[in-house]
Design a protein around this ligand. Structure first.
Ligand SMILES: NC(=O)c1ccc[n+]([C@@H]2O[C@H](COP(=O)([O-])OP(=O)(O)OC[C@H]3O[C@@H](n4cnc5c(N)ncnc54)[C@H](O)[C@@H]3O)[C@@H](O)[C@H]2O)c1
Ligand SMILES: O=C(O)C[C@H](O)C(=O)O
Ligand SMILES: [Mn+2]
Length: 540
């Protein structure tokens, strides 16, 4: 049995380390378990930050921060909130991708995540109960790691993305860190590198698919609903073939959210609306090209489409504004291998004299002249100078969002996009980008990463105990993020900056909460009050 003192000092939800006051030490049986000096959280933060700065590589910085996280959640979030712009890329994307790629050799601790195996559905309930230790869970991020960012299948190692997404929820929106639960569903992996790695910590077999997989998911969802009826179940980085199917099955039944489909859809819509505020153009006049029509690409197309329809456009007319390009080239209604989500957005060959030549991005851009081009293809460097110049020759302010993550997979670099278009491109990227000086103007580059929106969406939903998250709530979230940037300042970003995340996540949360209340999906009375009441602060 662990002594009472050890069960406090080793519990990151309770531990304050050297900040336990003498009174607390007496009351909690901690006398003699700590060095005598009592520190304030400000002093702890200063020491911890100095140590963090002394680490020479980004992965070492991350490893160090994870140790702080494992030891003392309050201090970790106090530190992260103070240095949000600097620490987001370390804790989250892009360094999280490197951490996942090195998970087995750097394995630190289980990080209070739940590890489930598709081969053992009988263990779901017990596993969840073992990890939570009686905590009141309101927010779950689950991954089966089939499509981690754009780096593919990472088996159990992808658990870091569930942990990282939850860190952002707390740092941005103020979700109580003891009310969250990261979950890894280990369905096996088709990553041959992992299957051969003697260090690999996951189940060493190929992915289980089909009925056995979906039966497991059903049992998992049922058990979550039984144990945590008030929780939001956030799905992250599932594969293209499963993500949409699971969302469709559950989105009207339980409080759930798919970040890659819906979160990315919202942030891309907000980014496009922000860009149009700068260019003073209308959404209805745009031609949208989505390069990479998977979970994210189709989530984005759907959000933009719904917005056009909300603005009064006839759905049949709205569909004509979309061009999907995937591995096969422009997607036609007779293209082989279409996904169910792609089918409603395909084109007809008869629309184009050169239809058979539209098998690559250059040909498509030359033919259709998009005004908005969004990359979610996982294919680095594919928005080439030729393509971007061609696009920019036919539109005054080309809107170009290379959103594939991490950095090494982005379709283009922001600086190149500005250079190739003489500063005319309205750019947002998936990863954070520093300000860019070009022709005497300082360009702020918006980060169109779902991290800028999902914390507010999720928080608004859990704060009001909403029944589910529907399209109206997603739209409310997107709209609440528009208008926070001065569009007339030269070099203005299309989205607000990460440094303001705590502020605008609250705005988003209240907008989502209000939408839930207005639609009768929540019995809460006051959106602002509900959000404020649930907001956790990093203090002792
Ligand atoms: N910025 C963000 O917030 C955000 C959010 C979600 C996903 N993403 C990024 O988007 C990318 C895709 O993620 P996803 O979840 O949609 O994955 P996904 O596997 O569902 O979709 C990727 C799509 O790209 C297509 N593709 C692959 N090679 C291609 C090629 N050569 N040409 C054209 N299309 C090609 C695939 O066929 C697939 O349809 C990832 O890099 C991910 O990091 C970014
Ligand atoms: O994780 C991110 O950085 C965004 C997104 O969810 C992705 O899968 O790329
Ligand atoms: Mn993702």
């Amino acid at each position: 049995m662990m002594s009472d003192a050890m069960s406090i000092l080793n519990n990151p939800f309770k531990n304050k380390g050297t900040a336990f006051t003498m009174d607390e030490r007496k009351k909690l049986g901690l006398i003699g378990t700590l060095p005598p000096r009592v520190k304030t959280i400000e002093e702890q933060e200063a020491d911890t930050y100095a140590l963090y700065e002394s680490k020479t590589s980004r992965i070492e910085k991350r490893h160090f921060l994870m140790e702080v996280f494992n030891a003392n959640r309050t201090l970790f979030f106090y530190l992260m909130e103070k240095h949000i712009t600097e620490m987001m890329p370390i804790v989250y994307d892009p360094v999280i991708a490197e951490a996942i790629e090195k998970y087995n050799e750097r394995y630190l601790r289980p990080q209070d995540a739940v590890y489930l195996s598709v081969k053992h559905p009988e263990n779901i309930k017990e596993s969840l109960q073992n990890v939570i230790c009686g905590r009141d869970i309101r927010l779950i991020v689950v991954t089966d790691s089939q499509g981690i960012l754009g780096i593919g299948d990472w088996g159990v190692d992808g658990v870091d993305i569930a942990v990282g997404k939850l860190m952002v929820y707390t740092a941005a929106a103020g979700v109580n860190p003891s009310q969250v639960l990261p979950i890894s569903i280990d369905a096996g992996t088709d990553n041959e590198f992992l299957l051969k790695d003697p260090n690999y910590l996951g189940e060493r077999h190929h992915r289980i698919t089909g009925q056995e997989y979906f039966d497991f998911i059903d049992k998992f969802v049922d058990t979550v609903e039984e144990l945590f009826p008030k929780s939001l179940l956030h799905f992250e980085d599932f594969g293209r073939g499963t993500a949409a199917r699971i969302l469709d099955k559950y989105q009207d039944k339980i409080l759930t959210f798919n970040d890659d489909i819906q979160g990315t859809g919202i942030i891309a819509l907000a980014g496009v609306l922000g860009a149009l505020n700068i260019s003073k153009e209308k959404l209805a006049d745009q031609k949208f090209l989505t390069f990479g029509a998977g979970s994210a690409g189709m989530g984005i197309a759907k959000m933009l489409f719904d917005e056009l329809v909300r603005q009064g456009m006839d759905p049949a007319e709205a569909k004509k504004h979309f061009y999907l390009v995937d591995k096969q080239g422009l997607l036609f209604d007779d293209t082989e291998g279409l996904t169910p989500k792609q089918k409603p957005f395909t084109r007809q060959r008869s629309e184009f004299a050169n239809a058979d030549e539209l098998t690559n991005l250059v040909a498509v851009v030359k033919t259709i002249h998009p005004t908005v081009m969004i990359g979610t293809s996982t294919q680095p460097g594919t928005f080439t100078e030729e393509i971007v110049k061609e696009m920019a020759a036919h539109t005054e302010r080309p809107i170009i969002f290379p959103l594939s993550n991490p950095t090494k997979l982005a379709e283009a670099r922001a600086a190149d996009l500005l250079k190739w278009t003489d500063g005319r491109a309205l750019v947002a990227t998936g990863i954070p980008v520093d300000d860019i000086e070009y022709n005497g103007v300082t360009y702020n580059i918006g980060q169109a990463n779902n991290a800028l929106i999902y914390p507010g969406v999720g928080f608004g939903a859990i704060a009001t105990e909403a029944k589910h998250i529907n399209n109206a709530m997603l739209a409310a979230a997107a709209h609440s993020l528009v208008g926070l940037v001065d569009p007339d300042k030269p070099g203005a970003a299309v989205l607000p900056p990460v440094k303001d995340m705590a502020k605008f996540s609250k705005t988003v949360a209240i907008a989502v909460a209000q939408s839930a209340i207005d639609q009768g999906l929540s019995s809460a009375k006051d959106a602002k009050e509900a959000v404020e009441k649930m907001t956790w602060e990093a203090k002792y």
